[in-house]
Design a binder for this molecule. Structure first.
Ligand code: FAD
Length: 290
């Protein structure tokens, strides 16, 4: 297949890029210049987030439409279950399929504050999507355990349920402790999970923001990482270089450990992701006609 031959050209490496829907004209410009910059790297797919409980599905849909209409990229919308009834999800899935969407990132979504114990989970969404059409489905995985999970084993069994329901790959929450990813991957294999556990790479440019976000998501920020960014609070250009270096070091180790698929949380910026891909050997390609 074309995807396979592109991966071979790129030394067997597959990449995917995640974007979020812009909320201002300036952010829209940034998003599109980033998409254009990253497009020649021939990602396996590019995904567009949807903020659960935000009530603005149209923003995700319109970015997906435009990617489909104006680029050769495979566009994968994120879809969350937490704020929609089953019938609505079914309709959305049908619409996506009719519009040529074949790839979906299926999530439960975060619970709104003060909500009751959930009764539906991402595995249910995977099953629902598969019952509508044969989508290519990515699900979320948590090397450092999802904050709501009873324990690591229960969380792993949940991932297994999502794969058994038909998911094609897992994309991890971002992490900086590479060992925790590698141990998690081993535990997935031991649990009989036979899909790629794709590391989600977050190139860091704003450490202050990251600290806030990491706390909410149960991601540890090792002390070496703090040290890297210490004193750069008012120095964005050095932060950018340091952030690139941190991510490049990480992907080198992952690559040595046999990781072939990488997912990038681009935050709608191209520079760092492009540089990291470059060091992985992922270069602009013109697909040959053969
Ligand atoms: P699930 O797999 O359903 O797991 C949620 C929790 O429930 C886990 O703790 C799990 O162990 C537990 N659990 C599962 N089944 C059971 C059960 N039967 N009984 C008891 N406990 C159970 N959020 C957005 O709003 N929009 C996005 O676009 C988005 N994109 C994301 C992309 C990636 C790659 C990742 C990693 C996360 C993303 N998120 C997004 C965040 C995600 O929605 C939250 O982390 C959410 O809290 C969990 O979603 P999930 O799909 O992992 O849920």
């Amino acid at each position: 297949s074309l995807n396979q031959s592109l991966a071979e050209l790129n030394g067997g490496i597959n990449v995917s890029f995640e974007f979020f829907p812009p909320s201002t004209p300036e952010m829209e410009k940034l998003l599109w210049s980033s998409i254009r910059r990253l497009e020649p790297l021939n990602p396996k797919f590019v995904s567009v987030t949807y903020g659960a409980n935000s009530g603005v599905r149209d923003r995700t849909h319109s970015v997906i439409d435009r990617i489909q209409n104006e680029t050769n990229l495979v566009a994968a919308p994120h879809l969350t279950l937490v704020d929609a009834e089953e019938a609505e999800l079914r309709d959305l899935a049908k619409q996506y399929w009719e519009n040529g969407v074949r790839s979906i990132v299926a999530l439960r979504g975060d619970l709104p504050d003060g909500s009751l114990k959930p009764t539906r989970f991402a595995a249910d969404l995977v099953g629902l999507l598969k019952s509508v059409a044969d989508f290519d489905i990515s699900v979320a995985a948590y090397p450092e355990v999802h904050p709501e999970a009873a324990n690591a084993q229960a969380d792993l069994i949940n991932l297994k349920r999502k794969i058994d329901a038909g998911a094609n790959r897992a994309i991890t929450q971002f992490f900086f402790d590479v060992e925790s990813y590698l141990r998690f991957r081993d535990r997935c294999v031991a649990a009989g999970i036979d899909v790629e556990i794709v590391p989600g790479i977050l190139p860091v440019t704003n450490f202050t923001q990251l600290k806030r976000f990491a706390g909410m998501t149960n991601v540890s920020l090792p002390s070496w990482l703090h040290k890297q960014f210490d004193g750069l609070e008012d120095d964005p250009s050095t932060r950018q270089l340091v952030g690139a270096n941190v991510a490049i070091d990480m992907v080198k180790v992952l690559s040595r450990e046999g990781v072939k698929d990488f997912h990038f949380y681009t935050l709608n910026r191209a520079e760092l992701t492009y540089a990291i891909c470059h060091t992985l050997g992922v270069r602009p390609q013109v697909a040959s006609a053969s």
